[in-house]
Ligand binder design. Structure first.
Ligand SMILES: [Zn+2]
Length: 394
């Protein structure tokens, strides 16, 4: 524990029944300490406060440090409790304990750690939240210029958080509760607090949600929006499925065939593929919708923006003349977001990184069997995906 003068170990008690090791630390009589407020030297001890810290287990024995911590009387200020060298202020754990908790938290659910140490998970979370906050304070976003924004679900019943990632460094830089346009306002404030500059943001990738669009245009006026191609394709896939659902009332074979139209053909099993070929050879509305989807998929391979624009125009004409209402509606959504979709051919950004981030977040959620509150959820995201540099005490 690196205990140095004036501190010394006064007593040790080993209790095999309780499976507990207790260590008492004391300080030399007449010791002077610097003032924790103004650093004024040689303050005399005014009185002491009995404190206890959980330390690393000694084998399977829980270990506690006890100490009567001095409060010193400073000539300049008033009476203050000094900081001890083995733990941070107001913590019930020693530095070494903090270190091990934080290290474990990066690869283990907090509840599991709590169970292992036989501590309440609230105390473990407190350590995590403290170090996440501390390391985020030191983050520098002055070079961030390309952002991806996406939402991810926190709880069933439409509870969401919005995640902003630095796409070039594939790192989460901000998480906020909710998915309305105010999340972009808070993100912009946070960016400024970390030496970032909202007008430096050139490109933002996001889905077509109106709240993101309005938030971006008011907070990041110089950023070009690129509508994420995965979200555009998701929308058209949903339209295909809508056509299929309507048609299955007359064509029973279409029942339970959703994934055949969704997956890439080469990913189907032999049996699925046979069934799919059989459906595809029939004169079905679903087949027409599917072909329009395939043709939009091809659009993303266009050589440049000019060619892409020509392609999309033709596609739009075809889709709006398909006499398939869900497809026509999807085409109108494309029309409404025309420039932002075409911006892909200049920026070449997608939310691919955020899709990856999202799946890690959702995996954590399942492993933790949910999170008690949204702050825990947000801190977990920073811990796992914020690429934070923790300065762990050793
Ligand atoms: Zn002082």
């Amino acid at each position: 524990m690196n205990i140095d003068d004036p501190w010394y170990v006064k007593d040790i008690n080993f209790d095999p029944e309780l499976k507990q090791l207790d260590i008492w630390i004391n300080f030399n009589k007449g010791s002077k300490f610097p003032c924790p407020k103004c650093s004024g030297p040689n303050c005399s001890v005014h009185d002491t406060v009995e404190k206890e810290w959980r330390h690393l287990n000694f084998f399977e024995y829980k270990t506690y440090i006890h100490c009567r911590v001095p409060r010193v009387k400073c000539g300049n200020c008033r009476v203050h409790q000094i900081e001890v060298p083995w733990a941070r202020k107001q913590s019930g754990f020693t530095f070494l304990m903090d270190s091990i908790i934080l290290t474990m938290a990066q690869s283990m659910p907090i509840l599991k750690i709590a169970k292992m140490f036989d501590e309440h998970d609230t105390r473990i979370w407190r350590v995590v939240i403290y170090y996440v906050k501390k390391s985020r304070e030191k983050e520098d976003f002055s070079n961030v210029s390309i952002i991806g924004v996406d939402e991810t679900s926190f709880k069933k019943g439409h509870k969401y958080v919005t995640i902003a990632a630095d796409i070039e460094n594939s790192k989460v830089i901000y998480v906020s509760e909710g998915k309305d346009s105010s999340t972009l306002t808070k993100f912009s404030e946070d960016l400024i607090n970390h030496d970032g500059e909202p007008t430096m943001i050139q490109s933002i990738s996001c889905d077509m949600s109106p709240s993101f669009i309005s938030g971006i245009s008011s907070e990041f006026p110089d950023a070009k929006i690129t509508f994420d191609k995965f979200h555009v394709m998701k929308m058209i896939n949903e339209a295909v499925d809508e056509v299929r659902k309507q048609e299955q009332s007359t064509i029973k074979e279409l029942k339970n065939s959703k994934y055949l139209w969704l997956k890439n053909e080469e990913n189907l099993s032999e049996k699925q593929s046979e069934r799919f070929q059989n459906l595809k050879n029939q004169n079905l509305k679903t087949v027409r919708a599917y072909n329009i989807k395939l043709s939009l998929q091809e659009f993303w391979n266009s050589q440049n923006r000019k060619k892409a624009a020509q392609y999309l125009k033709k596609w739009y004409f075809r889709a709006t003349h398909s006499r398939l209402t869900p497809i026509t509606e999807a085409a109108n959504t494309v029309k409404k977001h025309w420039d932002g979709i075409l911006n892909y051919f200049d920026s070449k950004i997608t939310n691919g990184i955020l899709e990856g981030i999202n799946s890690i977040v959702q995996l954590q959620k399942r492993n933790a069997r949910g999170f008690k509150n949204v702050q825990y959820f947000i801190n977990m995201i920073y811990l796992k995906l914020g690429k934070l540099k923790f300065e762990l005490p050793t």
